[in-house]
Design a protein around this ligand. Structure first.
Ligand SMILES: *[C@@H]1O[C@H](CO)[C@@H](O)[C@H](O)[C@H]1NC(C)=O
Ligand SMILES: *[C@@H]1O[C@H](CO)[C@@H](O)[C@H](O)[C@H]1NC(C)=O
Ligand SMILES: *[C@@H]1O[C@H](CO)[C@@H](O)[C@H](O)[C@H]1NC(C)=O
Ligand SMILES: *[C@@H]1O[C@H](CO)[C@@H](O)[C@H](O)[C@H]1NC(C)=O
Ligand SMILES: *[C@@H]1O[C@H](CO)[C@@H](O)[C@H](O)[C@H]1NC(C)=O
Ligand SMILES: *[C@@H]1O[C@H](CO)[C@@H](O)[C@H](O)[C@H]1NC(C)=O
Ligand SMILES: *[C@@H]1O[C@H](CO)[C@@H](O)[C@H](O)[C@H]1NC(C)=O
Ligand SMILES: *[C@@H]1O[C@H](CO)[C@@H](O)[C@H](O)[C@H]1NC(C)=O
Ligand SMILES: *[C@@H]1O[C@H](CO)[C@@H](O)[C@H](O)[C@H]1NC(C)=O
Ligand SMILES: *[C@@H]1O[C@H](CO)[C@@H](O)[C@H](O)[C@H]1NC(C)=O
Ligand SMILES: *[C@@H]1O[C@H](CO)[C@@H](O)[C@H](O)[C@H]1NC(C)=O
Ligand SMILES: *[C@@H]1O[C@H](CO)[C@@H](O)[C@H](O)[C@H]1NC(C)=O
Length: 356
């Protein structure tokens, strides 16, 4: 909704920064909406930095067209903004290049790159931490990390783009383990940590993770594996490259996907469900939740654990794929030289927790 009543007051604020411009620019649309007065204040009152250059960009259509997911006033309740780099990153994460009215988004997931390219946050090869604009009938939600915002007022059209009002401030995801925890994947995160795989997976760029849910870890299927084997099993669930659901739904025949464990699994789509089959053919998993975006890739939740076909002694040798990776600074498997005793102890404690 566009609340005309506040336009005069908001224009006065902008006039003081000498950036006011008659017309229907993104700045006019934002400052003219009383439900966006906090955002307007953040852009113009200088408390958390000087955003006059951004305001200028958004005022002048010669600078390009933009789509803004604009958090409403109540969206800022409880959000701690402490400084300008913080706010600047958050604002970039709410901005996408080009004018994208809601009619441009197809039903289902739409992965869009934001203007957030700061390397502290952006670990995507193509640049720009993505959001997932998910459409279902008349409902539009913006998914970020394991969370989402509702679009409460779509298509506030400006001469240089469009504003969609949302009810939550989008906070960029920080790492795989944090996003996975927020998604309720506690046992997967515990398994990453217990095998010292967390740093390795966090340092990757542009990956797809098929993360088993907690239910998948409840069987004793993993009890016979030691820590380094478990690390390899986890690596078997990580794939170089970005496979969003939109890349997978159109498959007409099964495809082989090479994992970070150096072995393939098969991915097949039939009857609307995505099925993964490991090399043995004995273990299958189904994707139960798609497109959880993190800072370096995408997580799909699966309902079972896949096992790479290799015996314990060959595990380390087969891991060259990940240890020699150009994008990974670390390895998913950092401590192979640990003693058997240490492994046994770690594994016992790891599985005590995994089996909870
Ligand atoms: C500027 O706006 C922000 C957000 O509404 C507010 O927290 C801050 O107190 C304002 N600062 C001034 C000086 O008005
Ligand atoms: C818009 O930007 C262009 C190029 O930067 C500049 O020449 C022009 O004066 C600006 N217009 C206004 C109204 O600020
Ligand atoms: C912005 O969009 C308008 C309308 O689609 C188009 O005519 C214009 O060229 C675009 N401007 C820029 C700088 O891309
Ligand atoms: C800005 O705020 C963020 C988040 O609160 C914090 O991590 C960062 O250290 C702060 N930077 C400066 C320069 O104060
Ligand atoms: C988006 O990022 C580019 C490159 O950093 C910058 O030039 C542009 O002004 C940004 N646009 C907005 C609306 O923040
Ligand atoms: C990127 O973000 C970090 C953390 O907020 C900040 O310290 C840094 O100045 C930012 N870099 C740029 C180029 O804005
Ligand atoms: C927000 O979106 C969720 C998921 O689509 C929906 O269940 C909920 O009712 C929406 N909330 C509001 C306030 O629109
Ligand atoms: C992660 O593993 C380390 C040992 O490698 C352990 O000290 C730490 O408590 C674990 N953290 C969590 C959250 O499980
Ligand atoms: C993980 O790293 C910690 C600290 O380097 C080490 O004590 C522990 O044994 C390692 N665990 C495994 C399973 O490699
Ligand atoms: C995620 O893992 C990193 C190590 O890569 C660690 O510093 C951070 O505390 C972890 N976050 C959570 C929420 O466990
Ligand atoms: C998935 O599709 C996008 C475009 O929609 C493309 O950029 C990307 O490369 C595809 N991923 C893979 C792994 O082919
Ligand atoms: C998948 O198929 C739909 C409908 O045929 C099409 O609109 C879409 O672009 C396709 N996606 C990819 C990644 O090929």
């Amino acid at each position: 909704m566009y609340f005309k009543t506040s336009a005069v007051a908001a224009t006065a604020v902008l006039a003081t920064s000498a950036l006011a411009q008659s017309g229907n620019s993104l700045v006019d649309v934002i400052s003219g909406n009383s439900d966006l007065s906090t955002l307007t204040a953040l852009l113009t009152n200088g408390t958390f930095g000087n955003f006059s250059s951004l305001v200028n960009t958004l005022s002048n259509s010669t600078n390009g067209n933009w789509t803004i997911f604009a958090p409403s006033n109540s969206a800022f309740d409880g959000v701690q903004i402490t400084n300008s780099t913080d706010l600047s990153s958050i604002l970039s994460y709410h901005t996408i290049n080009g004018s994208h009215p809601s009619s441009q988004f197809k039903d289902g997931s739409n992965i869009v790159a934001t203007n957030l390219t700061n390397s502290t946050y952006d670990h995507f090869p193509s640049g720009g931490v993505p959001l997932n604009v998910k459409v279902s009938g008349n409902t539009v939600n913006v998914y970020y990390g394991a969370n989402y915002a509702n679009v409460t007022s779509a298509d506030n059209t400006a001469s240089n783009g469009v504003v969609h009002v949302i009810n939550t401030v989008l906070i960029p995801p920080t790492d795989v383990n944090s996003t996975a925890l927020q998604a309720g994947l506690d046992k997967f995160v515990y398994a990453l940590n217990s095998t010292n795989s967390t740093d390795g997976i966090n340092k990757k760029s542009g990956i797809t993770i098929f993360a088993p849910n907690d239910g998948a870890f409840s069987s004793d299927a993993l009890a016979k594996y030691n820590s380094s084997q478990l690390a390899n099993i986890l690596a078997y669930h990580v794939v170089e490259g970005l496979y969003f659901s939109s890349n997978l739904t159109n498959l007409t025949s099964p495809i082989n996907i090479t994992t970070e464990a150096g072995q393939n699994f098969t991915l097949d789509v039939s009857g609307g469900s995505v099925k993964l089959t490991d090399v043995s053919g004995n273990n299958t998993a189904h994707v139960v939740k798609t497109d959880i975006l993190t800072d370096n890739g995408v997580i799909h939740v699966i309902d079972s654990i896949l096992i790479p076909a290799q015996n314990a002694s060959s595990v380390a040798a087969n891991n060259t794929n990940i240890t020699s990776s150009t994008s990974g600074v670390g390895s998913l498997f950092e401590s192979r030289e640990i003693s058997r005793v240490a492994v046994a102890l770690t594994v016992l404690s790891a599985f005590a927790a995994l089996m909870l």
